[in-house]
Design a protein around this ligand. Structure first.
Ligand code: ADP
Ligand code: MG
Length: 360
């Protein structure tokens, strides 16, 4: 009996030893298989590539992580240069200049897609964002730098040339009404940022931050898994009025002070024009930042809400989902929408007197 017990105890011990050996072997194999990959991935994410580019009238910076970062960034820079050649209103060989000159032009797929989006944002914002604003922008001298204050009857005539219905998009071409002209300056940087993100993704990049003249677009989160911290600039100087913590997304700002001129009577005129008055928008807002998932949306809306002005912009945000706002009014009130209120950190700034959370 004793012998039998000994024998079965020994058998159990042997089984236990075998199981333990199998478990240890399996764990070692898993470690052998996956550890180098984890390490490699970590090392790849640790590779940080930074670069810059002067394009679309602004200074752009790129911070891209991953072992393919340099190649991916070069592709993005080539893409932006290419887009600028297609969309510039001052380059007479661009697709948009050709369209503005002749009133009808065959377009590349990319340009047509951008024009379709621009038309859609014009309708969505009840005409406050208007891609056919160019006759007015030009009359005030914003493209040439020869600034002037046009007479009211001139503005009345030019206003008639604007509106989504003045731009007709057919299969591969665009047609403009007599005298109408397109300006994509209010959406092009956001749209090109979206294309840049696609290019980075196609190159296997999982983490990047690009700033296209202060408009920030991010891919993924930081390599350490944390959120990006994006500064919100004061429209008056280079100081920050706050910062916001975001994962993947876009933070795009429109302000009166970026490009402006001061007339002889001391009035300051900014480069964002109201299609309704024909004049630079002056409805109480000095800066509008939009946080959204795509650059084209954030860019078009930042321009549109700036034109709307304080009350109308708050109403528009309340009635439409899918984006958040940070808006500074000329009396120093900073409006921050509830969706980002918790991730916004105000900084001590002379330009902000009160902070007001807006809720739906
Ligand atoms: P920025 O280009 O400085 O980032 P915006 O995105 O607001 O700022 O774009 C302003 C540009 O958009 C102007 O320089 C002009 O080319 C164009 N624009 C001006 N007013 C309007 C408008 N109401 N709708 C669409 N585009 C506009
Ligand atoms: Mg814009």
């Amino acid at each position: 009996m004793q012998k039998l017990n000994n024998a079965s105890a020994q058998k159990r011990l042997t089984i236990k030893l075998i199981v333990a050996a199998v478990v240890i072997l399996a764990a070692a194999m898993l470690l052998y298989l996956f550890y180098p990959q984890t390490k490699q991935a970590q090392q790849a994410a640790d590779i940080k590539y930074t670069d810059s580019l002067l394009a679309m009238d602004t200074y752009m910076t790129f911070t891209v992580y991953g072992d393919n970062a340099e190649k991916a960034t070069n592709e993005v820079k080539a893409l932006i240069t290419d887009c600028e050649k297609s969309w510039s209103v001052t380059d007479e060989n661009s697709e948009i200049s050709r369209l503005n000159r002749t009133g009808e032009a065959v377009l590349s797929l990319r340009t047509k897609d951008l024009l379709e989006k621009a038309k859609a944002y014009c309708r969505y914002t009840d005409g406050h964002f208007d891609p056919t604003i160019y006759p007015l922008v030009r009359a005030w001298g914003f493209t040439t730098g020869e600034y002037r204050v046009p007479a009211s009857d001139e503005l009345e005539e030019l206003k008639k040339l604007t509106g989504a219905d003045k731009l007709i998009l057919l299969d591969d071409k665009a047609i403009l009404s007599e005298g109408s002209m397109v300006d994509l300056g209010g959406v092009a940087k956001g749209y090109v940022g979206d294309l840049a993100m696609q290019t980075l993704k196609q190159n296997g990049i999982k983490s990047a931050l690009i700033s296209l003249g202060g408009n920030v677009q991010t891919l993924g989160v930081k390599p350490d898994g944390k959120n990006w911290i994006v500064g919100i600039r004061s429209p008056y100087d280079n100081g920050l009025i706050g910062k916001i913590s975001i994962g993947e997304g876009c933070v795009i700002t429109s302000g009166a002070y970026e490009r402006h001129f001061t007339a002889e009577d001391g009035t300051l005129y900014g480069h964002i024009i109201s299609p309704f008055t024909g004049k630079p928008a002056a409805n109480g807002l000095v800066s509008v930042t939009i946080v959204a998932d795509t650059g084209s949306k954030a860019d078009a809306l930042s321009t549109a809400l700036f034109v709307m002005g304080t009350e109308e912009a708050i109403r528009f945000w309340k009635e439409n989902a899918g984006f958040e706002v940070i808006m500074l009014s000329d009396d120093g009130t900073l409006f921050v929408s509830e969706g980002i209120y918790a991730s916004f950190e105000p900084l001590d700034s002379k330009d902000v007197k009160t902070i007001c959370e807006i809720k739906r």
